[in-house]
Design a protein around this ligand. Structure first.
Ligand SMILES: [Zn+2]
Length: 274
């Protein structure tokens, strides 16, 4: 809770907690819905982010991936939105600063939607660089290139419906990666949404598992140059289960320094156990 309160006001957290239904579902807006287990899930996500930051900042792991839901990047300080109630990436960034003395945290958000909440939380904070690739126009409507923050520490690289990995890689190499390198972060937090996958039903970008692996590898390179490879990655969106599973596997295997396994024909699967 201490880590949550570094990002969200106590009144807001209390409001969310008191809105938890005893049974059934309650809608906070048209797509942000709570069940009896939501508040506990939120605390697990926040606690997982804290644990991930702790083990990485202490050097007990090179990096960590947090497989938790609900996602967080649409949540503003005092406003739930777009499936998000607590901003997990922001909680991780603030914990790295408050508990481990990180002076500069870079957040890379490749979810297909713009992380309006993360951008708003760090809009006037020069110690956190927020970078995003996202489809535009699309929910939530923010993320234009001209949105740069009070200290020019917001970097938006919007993509267009139909764009594929080639355009995504251009945006990463020309716009995002040089800014992260120039910022020289002490740790990198990834808002890892996989709804830019070509199979995803909520958006219209055409990224593949290989594109997510490529982006992860590039972020590892920057992290190795500036912060001993320290990366904390938190799951955001991803709504096609096959696309999500394959993309998370590609992301995590890359974080582990391993390649994606080559496709195993169905007849061989039982014997290889991969
Ligand atoms: Zn999303």
């Amino acid at each position: 809770m201490e880590a949550v309160l570094r990002v969200h006001p106590a009144e807001y957290v209390g409001k969310i907690e008191s809105a938890v239904p005893l049974e059934g579902l309650v809608a906070l807006d048209s797509d942000t819905i709570m069940s009896p287990g939501t508040f506990e899930a939120l605390l697990h996500a926040a606690g997982g982010a804290v644990l991930a930051v702790d083990v990485v900042m202490r050097g007990e792991a090179d990096n960590a991936f947090l497989a938790a839901r609900p996602p967080g990047h649409h949540a503003e300080r005092a406003r739930p939105m777009g499936f998000c109630l607590f901003n997990t990436a922001a909680i991780a960034a603030r914990h790295a600063q408050a508990a481990h003395g990180a002076e500069r945290v870079a957040i890379m958000d490749f979810d297909v939607h713009h992380g309006n909440g993360t951008q708003a939380i760090f809009w006037s904070d020069p110690s956190v660089l927020y970078c995003s690739t996202h489809e535009m126009p699309l929910f939530p409507g923010t993320g234009a290139r001209r949105e740069r923050g009070e200290y020019d520490t917001i970097v938006n690289a919007p993509l267009s419906a139909g764009d594929d990995g080639r355009v995504f890689k251009e945006a990463m190499e020309a716009v995002i990666l040089p800014r992260i390198a120039a910022f020289a972060p002490n740790v990198i937090v990834i808002s890892a949404g996989f709804d830019a996958h070509y199979r995803d039903p909520l958006a219209n970008l055409n990224l593949t598992e290989a594109d997510f692996a490529w982006a992860t590898g590039k972020l590892i390179d920057v992290a190795l140059d500036h912060c001993d490879g320290r990366i904390i990655s938190v799951l955001e969106g991803g709504y096609d289960l096959e696309g999500l599973a394959g993309s998370v596997a590609a992301h995590v295997l890359t974080l582990m320094g391993r390649r994606m396994p080559t496709h195993t024909p169905p007849s061989d699967q039982a014997s290889t156990g991969s």
